[in-house]
Design a protein around this ligand. Structure first.
Ligand SMILES: CC(C)(COP(=O)(O)OP(=O)(O)OC[C@H]1O[C@@H](n2cnc3c(N)ncnc32)[C@H](O)[C@@H]1OP(=O)(O)O)[C@@H](O)C(=O)NCCC(=O)NCCS
Length: 177
């Protein structure tokens, strides 16, 4: 079995490499685009993005991203950002995630959040994990609740906007690490 951050039998988090780019792109759908990425990725751009994540990991700064593997198949993506100031306190660590359509509805995101919070505790990163979710994203609100995060407040984003130019409203959910 490949080395990785695994506590559960079937779910593993591992760093992503260029070899994963095609499967990563194939796992995007309109919900991924609407709620997370804002647009479909292509393989070349994704390889570059994974290289950026690997560079961040080497230097120990900025956003850190992982693939979510379920039973050996790439099933999603999850990352953490220790220095995001949009609606967060300095010690809050922002988490973001997407699960490939075929793997949804099986609790994959909740398990991946548990594994990522284990990494944050082990590596002493931040004091609170934060999920910023649009209130209409019912599936992700459920994920935050099931993962034990508590609702804190709604706030207007200082960087994300709706198509009409108004600030995106996010609900903030926090979990003490
Ligand atoms: C949000 C998301 C990550 C949830 O991942 P998941 O592993 O399917 O999560 P769960 O299995 O815990 O299901 C969460 C909720 O999704 C909904 N759901 C259930 N089965 C589903 C399916 N087959 N397809 C889509 N949604 C489903 C349910 O509302 C479920 O809540 P419930 O357990 O109370 O019934 C996934 O829907 C996704 O990738 N969405 C697009 C990207 C996104 O929204 N990212 C989060 C940005 S804040």
């Amino acid at each position: 079995m490949p080395a990785g951050y695994g506590r559960y039998v079937t779910i593993e988090l591992r760093p992503l490499t260029g070899a994963d780019a095609e499967a990563h792109c194939a796992g995007e759908d309109e919900l991924t685009v609407r709620w997370l990425t804002g647009g479909y990725g292509d393989v070349d751009g994704t390889i570059g993005y994974f290289e950026l994540l690997a560079g961040n990991a080497d230097r120990g700064v900025g956003k850190r991203g992982f693939g979510i593997w379920k039973s050996g198949r790439l099933a999603g993506y999850i990352d953490y950002t220790p220095d995001l100031d949009d609606g967060l306190e300095p010690d809050d660590v922002a988490l973001a995630y997407a699960v490939h359509p075929w793997a949804r509805g099986q609790g994959v995101a909740v398990e991946a959040l548990g594994l990522l919070c284990d990494i944050l505790r082990t590596d002493n990163i931040g004091t609170r994990a934060a999920i910023r979710v649009e209130p209409d994203n019912v599936a992700s609100v459920r994920v935050a609740q099931k993962a034990g995060f508590r609702y804190v407040r709604d706030f207007p984003s200082n960087r994300d906007t709706q198509p009409d130019g108004t600030p995106t409203t996010f609900s903030l959910y926090l979990l003490d690490l």
